[in-house]
Each structure stands twice: as structure tokens, then as C-alpha cells.
Design a protein around this ligand. Sequence first.
Ligand code: FES
Ligand SMILES: [Fe+2]
Length: 334
Amino acid sequence: MIERQLWHPVADAHTLRDAPLAVRLLGEPLVLWRDHGRVHAWADRCPHRGARLSLGRVLTTVHGPRLECPYHGWQFGGGKEGGRCRHVPAAPEFTPPTGHAAQAFEARELHGLIWVRLQPGADAPLDAPPAFAEADDPAWRRVVCGPYTVATSAPRLVENFLDLSHFGFVHEGWLGERGHAQVQTGLVGEDPTGLSVKGARAWQPRAYAQADDGAWIDYGYTVPHPFAAVLRKDASAGDPVRNAIALFIRPDGDEACTAWFVMATQNDPASVESLVEFQDAVFAQDRPVIESQQPKALPTGRTGPVTEVHGPADRVSSAYRRYLQRLGVSLGTC
Ligand code: FES
Ligand SMILES: [Fe+2]
């Protein structure tokens, strides 16, 4: 199952502080915790008697930070200790063998989110969380919006993000106008690990939070991961505002997902609060429509009886469906 070999976002980085945090990824209960800022993601199950480690606490010991199980207080070490049990309070002389260990997964903090992968093995460049250089460049301001829990599949949500031709209807007066519904789909580049789209164009009456005039907006997209996409907008020449926005999704099943929009802006006077409000408002426009789509899994022609028909403006979405098929993504597709 390729989904287990991919990196997925599981939580906002700022919500993980001193206490352990319970999250779920692809049906696996996980506990996240930090030692000296470094993130760990372990199975949320104590190897002793199966209690949830996320109910425990992070201890500072002379040997370094440890996660203490809430039940019998066994202590599990981070860092090089890699989840091994280091102390059993009821038998302090006992040296736990190697097998007395929490199950540890790979975890990283990137783009303001915590990323986890359950199983190593995907080919580079899918070997790392999806790239979004602007979000980690101090010359840009990063704003994390979400999480949004959505009653549809991750692929439906990615396809919506890549789709310019709904703007005049779903986002009328915001991102599009029905009288200006024509779009240019641009040039799609397809390679085994992702997609790129250059030169897509749509008319926008209010292209971002601070815009007050309508304009043709040039879009560039990358799809570096089956459940992620990055959009770069280029407003008219001479406009100093630059912004890029990424959609990162945790698939929670075939019909449920959790999404974050990570924005990176330059020279944008809008406050963080107004950027988040704008994104919340735009997503509130998308939500009822995308949650209404049937089936919730995206028809890629893989096996399902459901087919959907396409128009000339759907070239990017067709390329995205082919990409999912090429990679063998089954979660959220049919
Ligand atoms: S169940 Fe965790 S210490 Fe016993
Ligand atoms: Fe939309």
C-alpha cells in the first residue's frame, strides 16, 4: 500500500508542546511528543499492557527526555534511545531488553506541520514530505490555515484545488465571476512522481485578501505528492504582493480527510487574522459542493463502475487522475 510509504501531515506544529498529543494516521493511533524540540511519532500503545501512551507525560530526566506511560510509569527514551524502555519503577533494578520498546515511526516538522510516515520505501522524491520552499524561507511570511475536517476523499479535495473552472460559480465575486468563466488550462507536465502546470489563467475579481480590482491571474501549480498541491499566483506586473499557497491533506479514509492550507506571502499588508478569515471564507464556499460530490472517492477508472465525463477545461484534473493511477494510490479513489 503506497499510502503507508508516503509522508503525511498529522498536526499543526504549534499544537505540539510539552504534553504528548494523540493523532491518527491511516487507522493507526499515534502519540506525538517532543524532546528538546525534536518530534517523535510512536504507536499510541504501551508495549507493556497496551495503555495509551498519549495519556502519559513527558519527563525530564538526567538521561534526557522520556515519555512516561500513564499506567505503570514505564519510561521510554527519545533521541538515540529510539523508544526503548529505560526504567520500570516497580522493579528499578531490572534492565529492560531491546524488545521492551514503543514502536517508533519517522517524524519531521516542516512547513508549520508535523509529518509522519509509517513505512519507509517510497522512491525519491516521494521519500520526503512535499516541497514548498517559500513556506520555509524567512523572506516570506508563513500562515497556516486549518485544520479543516472534510467529509470527502483527499483526491476530491486536491482536484478541487487544481480546478479553475469552478471559480465563477462557487466563488462568485471572490475568486471568479460567472460572466468571466472562461479559463486557460495551461501546460501540464507529467512525471512519475508529480505534476506541474504552467501558464494557467483565470479572471479574478478579488484575487487575494487585499485586492480591489479584477484581473487575469496567471497560475502555476505543482502536485508533488498524491495528497498535496502548491499554487503560485502571479498578479499583474508591478504588483508587489506575491503569494503561494499549498494544500496538504491527511487522508482519514476513503470518504474523510483533514486539510491544511499553508500560505506564504511577500509584501502583503494583510494581517494574519484577515488571511486566515479569507481562507476560511473561501473554503466555506467550497465545502458544501465538494461534500456533495458522489461518489466521495475520486473515479480514476481504476476499477469502479462510476465514470465521469470531461470537458476541455479539465485537462489538469485528468492528468491528476492518471497520476494517482500511475502511483497505485487506492485510498480515496475508485
Ligand atoms: S501499560 Fe504502560 S507501563 Fe504498564
Ligand atoms: Fe474552490
